[in-house]
Design a protein around this ligand. Structure first.
Ligand code: MCA
Ligand code: AMP
Length: 501
């Protein structure tokens, strides 16, 4: 008989052992399966120890049952879960292993060969070898660190955002309450599982509620519609780029199929968009297809979700809504004073949902908060007629593309190490489909590099979604009188006709 080990997410699962928790590639796994396998993994990870005591355990598994068993196994053994992403090249994964000081790297069989070279940094443990039936699990307090997710900031290298179990619980309960999650819900999760949107908003909220989380390991609009047509899914969440791609695919389908999909979508309980600004045109087109006004919400890796349009009540196109339960929000000017209604200000947030620290970066953690404990998001918004509207960001060096947050400075640092790059400047260029696409202005060294070769070279060093999609070559970068590159002037040098499809 399973014993309680004080993590509420896991305790709650004991109450619905027979229900389906995870579904993937036509196979369903119950909460009982998840409890049993995650316990074996936890005991396997513990070996002779009685508690992992916040050891960092990195892992790579496809979105599916194994991923969740590993995540819960790490938590139940008292470790910190550090999910990796298969789209990342080895240097990016190596960075995470070194930065977290991971003691173990778990992988499922499909990634064993890929991760082989990293075993000299962190001992590689195969999923299939992790299993032990006997032993007891430690009691885990909510103040323990639970997870480290990497996010790009205004400094070059990504930072590890640490969330405790209490922080996760606050993020989950705010959403399950506000969006009225129920045990009968069935969500289709197509997002990567190394970010908050896929992990917390979908996976954890579903499991907290006794609901079913179905995974589609690789996004494809046709596969999403096929899953919808099976009739089980009643909840969907995605980034605006995904809705854009679904709309484009739908428009290509024969009328009969369109009618079938629209009919099925009308039966959904809720459809949510977030991680980047939802264009009003996408909201309207999706409403025409599905009958749903997408619920747009706003969040950040450092705090989960903070602001959301209401589940019941008006969902205002172009607005992100009101603070979620347990979250306090204010808008401030440069002097850190609250601004009146209608004036733009930086969004600052307080609440149990806010992260505890950047892993191993006390200085960056201090800078992220005001003296009186408000988290500075760097996003600028305005409060108008009872709703927040996002206006932009404090920094031009943060790019949002396909829902991924990308640091221009990180890409520039890598580009500058290429022998044919003298200097460079990276910017986000507005794009209907991707929100922004990455543009790189290159001042060539002795020879002009070939853009395709440059991208290929970058892909071996950075995740593919951090690769520029457009290059321009300049004799020199535009600079202000202080010699600083003027990014807004640089953006204007990219041809708008090539990116506003
Ligand atoms: C891929 N392509 C791109 C980009 N990415 N082109 C321009 N800009 C990009 N960013 C191109 C590829 O080169 C390729 O082109 C084609 O698109 C397909 O590539 P693939 O990698 O297969 O893309 P995909 O699988 O279709 O991915 C699109 C995606 C993905 C599903 C929208 O970007 C994604 O999963 N985004 C979600 C990220 C996320 O979860 N963010 C949440 C962060 P070709 O075929 O020509 O080679 S958490 C967060 O933001 C906070 C907490 C919040 O509020 O949620
Ligand atoms: P990440 O660091 O990947 O968690 O990205 C968080 C950032 O995504 C926020 O700081 C915002 O800039 C952006 N973001 C998230 N949701 C929205 C939204 N609904 N509208 C505009 N920007 C958003």
């Amino acid at each position: 008989m399973e014993k309680k080990n004080s993590l509420r997410l896991i305790e709650r699962a004991l109450e619905h052992r027979e229900r389906n928790a995870i579904q993937c590639m036509g196979t369903a796994y119950t909460y009982g399966d998840l409890l049993e396998r995650s316990r074996e993994i936890a005991l396997g990870l513990l070996g002779k120890a009685d508690d992992l005591k916040e050891a960092r355990v990195a892992f790579l598994a496809p979105a599916g049952f194994e991923y969740v068993c590993i995540q819960w196994g790490i938590w139940r053994a008292g470790g910190i879960a550090v999910p990796l992403c298969e789209k990342h090249p080895l240097p990016s994964m190596e960075y995470v292993l070194r930065d977290t000081g991971a003691t173990t790297l778990i992988c499922t069989p499909e990634y064993a060969e890929l991760l082989g070279p990293l075993s000299s940094i962190t001992p590689l443990v195969h999923y299939g070898d992790l299993g032990k039936a006997e032993g007891s699990l430690p009691a885990i307090g909510a103040d323990r660190r639970a997870m480290i997710l990497y996010t790009s900031g205004t400094t070059g290298s990504p930072k590890g955002v640490v969330t405790t179990h209490a922080g996760l619980e606050a993020q989950i309960t705010a959403l399950t309450q506000a969006w009225q999650w129920e045990a009968d819900d069935h969500i289709l999760n197509v997002l990567p599982l190394h970010h908050v949107h896929g992990i917390v908003n979908m996976l954890c909220c579903a499991l907290w509620s006794g609901a079913c989380c179905e995974f589609l390991p690789k996004f494809g609009p046709g596969k999403v519609f096929d899953a919808f047509r099976r009739g089980e899914v009643n909840l969907f969440m995605a980034v605006p780029t995904i809705y854009f791609k679904l709309i484009a695919h739908y428009q290509e389908l024969p009328e009969r199929e369109q009618a079938e999909i629209s009919m099925c979508l009308k039966g959904f309980r809720l459809m949510v968009s977030g991680s980047a600004a939802l264009p009003v045109s996408v909201l309207e087109q999706w409403k025409a297809i599905s009958g749903h006004t997408l619920l747009e919400r706003y969040g950040m890796t450092e705090m989960g979700m903070a602001i959301s349009n209401p589940y019941e009540g008006e969902r205002r196109p172009g607005y992100i809504g009101q603070p979620l339960p347990g979250v306090t929000v204010r808008l401030v000017n440069d002097a850190n004073e609250e601004v009146p209604e209608g004036s733009p200000g930086e969004i600052q947030v307080k609440g149990a949902n806010v992260f505890s620290e950047y892993w191993g970066k006390p200085e960056a953690t201090r800078e992220a908060f005001t003296e009186d404990g408000w988290f500075r998001t760097g996003d600028v918004a305005v409060w108008e007629g009872g709703s927040y509207r996002i206006l932009g960001r404090n920094s031009v060096d943060i790019i949002k593309s396909g829902g991924y947050k990308i640091s221009a400075l990180e890409i520039e640092e890598v580009l500058r190490t290429h022998e044919q790059v003298g200097d460079c400047g990276v910017v986000g260029i507005p794009d209907e489909e991707w929100g922004e696409i990455i543009g790189a202005a290159i001042v060539a060294g002795p020879h002009r590099p070939d853009p395709e070769e440059l991208s290929e070279w970058l892909r071996t060093r950075l995740p593919g979604y951090k690769t520029p999609r457009e290059y321009i070559f300049l004799d020199e970068l535009p600079r202000n009188v202080l010699g600083k590159v003027t990014k807004n002037a640089l953006k204007d040098l990219f041809d708008p006709s090539t990116h506003s499809r």
